[in-house]
Design a protein around this ligand. Structure first.
Ligand code: V47
Length: 631
């Protein structure tokens, strides 16, 4: 991709990005200070498209702010009230339930910290919502609230989270991070936890299988360096746990807080109160997309940005716009001019107007519905790159590409929402009646390196043991189950792994696939001495290749569109095959592979469906049909 730079200082940064290299604090400052806003936006959009294609996510959510009574007095907050003040309120669990409707898929709970609530009341809110609305994921309580519970109820942070998890908590919101420097903390929120406390709570949650979001409150007294220090601290934490789902830059709403914007102190008078500028908002979204290379999603929170700025932000690196929200007070009490809620149709319109694909999601970013025509699914792993190389960058072919985990691709196809895709073999088997097989696949003859069982025991020793299995695809799970039952004759206790969380210590073995497996195949997985490559296990046993995924399109797709699709796949593959090391380079680099390792890995696949591959598919199907135990 080429475009012209008016600010030549951006060119070395662009080179780094194209090579998948991480940006430094100094790079971040250049980005923040540039006047070349268009180039900045294009770079961020480029990186976003590598991660999410044309998708922009939203969720049908309801915000619940259960009380505004708070023992803290943070300078930037207009929401908090003291008990007994005229505008103070406290909701009962029944009040809360009355705000939730059956179509809601995420309930986002955060509020003040009142002096007299009992622990049971917080648990009760989560439990009752979960019981009454099991389809809605409960995203509850910020790190600051968790820390408050820990101190007030004398429970460890882990215990607080475990009890909430048993009550039905699925994820945690990112609020309360503010700015991670002690200077800002002392001036604006001296009673609140700082970076260390915030990160400790989030890392503990990740360890327990609770993914979380993270935020940054900007546009008050912080400096640009402080914004970057904040982002880098989050990036380091994400390197450790992988549990952050999204990053949300929160634009400061000045309200009656008495803080003036951007003067580096907390002493501004009311006469200087200002909202952040749209330019600053867009720069902050773009810089966060570029700095936070290991966080999948950047959210343009329309409540604080306004609909107009959020819409432009979708071409400045953001791939999420939050959701319908329902009713919001933290920002509105501080003067936000956005509406209190948005209708689903309005959100879809904003996303479409930005030229993107509206994808309705759950709290874990699993796609539930796609609101666009001509969409093709893309497995987001390195081994699929040869089929799509250069395709994300132009929707010109008429097809829009949606990166999605294999299992979810199968679900969307079942709902009739995809025209075509590289389907996990099990999904193709299941939908054979409505899908037409195309002559391309992802198959291996021997080892695969990216469908791996990391184990504490040899195969025989796994009998009766707990195995963590990936949530992302059914094919590898079924391959494992065939190997266990028919080749090794052992029975295990399978348990689904939580998405985005990588603490596997409670398992005797874990099955990983895709980039995660490839990365750990190279560097090892702590605590798991033995590593089995499932394709090799299959090959040694059956002397056949293994077909992990096949290209297929809807049978109902018109002849013309089908030809366009075939043309797209075959030209992309032909161009890629002569240059596998180069086309996979930046993707490979992100998972720690050298150019040669990437080349060798990609060369290990057969991308065309030949006689042997078809035979292997039939053999696998036969074994599945004979199987007694279903995982
Ligand atoms: O924790 C407080 C911030 C947060 C102001 O995780 C203010 O998906 C701007 O965290 N101006 C709550 N911000 C909101 C929040 C959030 C929002 C949307 C999505 C998610 C998510 C999280 O709002 C607070 C605080 O950091 N805040 N006062 C203000 N005057």
């Amino acid at each position: 991709m080429t475009f012209s730079f008016r600010d030549k200082q951006l060119i070395p940064i662009w080179r780094k990005l194209q090579h998948g290299e991480r940006l430094s604090l100094e790079d971040g400052l250049v980005l923040f200070k540039t006047n070349d806003i268009i180039a900045l936006g294009k770079m961020a959009n480029f990186v976003q498209q590598q991660k999410s294609g044309y998708a922009v996510y939203f969720v049908l959510n309801q915000k619940i702010e259960h009380t505004n009574v708070c023992v803290l007095s943070c300078k930037f907050c207009d929401f908090a009230k003291k008990k007994g003040e005229p505008d103070a309120y406290e909701m009962t669990t029944e009040n809360i339930l009355a705000h939730i409707t059956p179509e809601i898929r995420e309930v986002h709970i955060t509020g003040g910290m009142p002096p007299d609530w009992k622990w049971e009341r917080y648990l009760d809110i989560v439990r009752k919502i979960h019981e009454k609305f099991p389809e809605a994921d409960v995203k509850a309580y910020t790190a600051v609230e968790i820390d408050f519970f820990h101190k007030k109820f004398k429970l460890s942070i882990e215990e607080v989270l475990k009890q909430l998890q048993s009550a039905g908590l699925r994820t945690m919101p990112g609020g309360g991070a503010e700015i991670f420097t002690e200077r800002v903390r002392k001036l604006l929120f001296p009673q609140k936890i700082g970076a260390k406390g915030y990160l400790e709570v989030h890392k503990t949650a990740h360890k327990l299988g609770i993914p979380t979001n993270c935020t940054m409150l900007y546009g008050h007294i912080e400096t640009l360096e402080e914004r970057l220090i904040h982002m880098i601290k989050l990036r380091e934490a994400q390197d450790e746990t992988g549990g952050f789902l999204s990053f949300i830059p929160l634009a400061f709403q000045p309200g009656d807080t008495g803080i003036s914007v951007g003067d580096g102190s907390a002493s501004g008078g009311k006469s200087h109160r200002q909202f952040t500028s749209a330019i600053d908002d867009l720069k902050t979204i773009a810089v966060s997309r570029l700095m936070l290379d290991n966080i999948s999603h950047i959210k343009a929170y329309w409540v604080m940005l306004t609909e107009e700025v959020a819409s432009v932000a979708l071409n400045f690196g953001a791939d999420d716009i939050d959701g319908t929200v329902g009713q919001e007070r933290i920002a509105h009490d501080a003067g936000a001019v956005s509406p209190m809620k948005l209708a689903k149709d309005q959100i879809i319109k904003i996303i479409k107007d930005a030229g993107k694909i509206p994808v309705e999601r759950d709290a874990f970013y699993n796609p539930l519905n796609v609101y666009s025509e001509n969409v093709i699914g893309k497995i987001p792993y390195l081994n699929s790159v040869p089929f799509y190389h250069n395709r994300e960058k132009s929707a010109a072919g008429g097809f829009k590409i949606l990166p999605v985990a294999p299992r979810r691709m199968g679900m969307l196809s079942k709902q009739g929402q995809l025209d075509a895709g590289l389907f996990s073999l099990m999904d193709y088997f299941e939908q054979e009646e409505s899908l037409e097989l195309l002559p391309w696949c992802i198959a291996t003859r021997d080892q695969v390196k990216s469908v791996m069982l990391f184990s504490k025991e040899g195969w025989a020793g796994l009998n009766g043991k707990k195995i963590g299995i990936t949530d992302e695809t059914a094919t590898s799970v079924q391959l494992l189950s065939v190997l266990l039952e028919n080749k090794y004759r052992v029975q295990v206790i399978p348990e689904r792994l939580h998405p985005g969380v990588n603490d596997y210590s409670m398992f005797d073995a874990v099955l990983l696939i895709g980039d995660e497996a490839l990365k750990h195949n190279k560097i090892g997985l702590n605590g798991f001495e033995l590593v089995f490559d499932l394709a090799k296990e299959w090959y040694d046993w059956q002397k056949l290749p293994f077909v992990f995924a096949v290209w297929a399109c809807r049978k109902a797709l018109s002849g013309e569109r089908r030809e366009e699709l075939k043309e797209m796949i075959s030209t992309s593959l032909e161009k890629s095959e002569v240059n596998l090391g180069i086309i996979g380079y930046s993707h490979g680099k992100k998972i720690g592979l050298t150019k040669n390792e990437t080349k060798e890995y990609l060369e290990g696949f057969n991308y065309r469906l030949g006689e042997q591959e078809r035979k292997a598919m039939m053999q696998f199907r036969k074994l599945l049909e004979q199987k007694e135990i279903k995982i």
